[in-house]
Write a protein of this length. Sequence first.
Length: 135
Amino acid sequence: MTGRLIAAVVTTICEEAIIAGVVIWGLPRLDIHLPLSVLIAIMVVWAVNSIIFYRIGSRALRRRPVSGLGSVVNDIGKVVNPLTPDGVIKIKGELWEAKSAGDHIGAGENVMVVEQDGLKVTVVRAASSKDKSPQ
């Protein structure tokens, strides 16, 4: 067992003990009485919640960190704001500042990235919209 798993189990047990204490001793002082079945249901839901978040967190910690900016050269995108010559395009669901390498390109037209300079791309009108569909 890893130290992180042991810590997760111990903290979950402590959290459930606090919940039980509140339900058994705290709420009756406020004249709120919950049946034992409700306490058991709360404890089960809390335990399942803890397991789910532990698994999600473990996957996130095992994932390799992403560093640097990926290249979008040769990707196909769709014009959002007309390129006259500057505008905005959408590539794989992301908006990019773009500059047309040629003439005016209208909104809704497909373009292909030919150059990338940081977060700004240079594009040309796509040869055929059937080659690749933009995201």
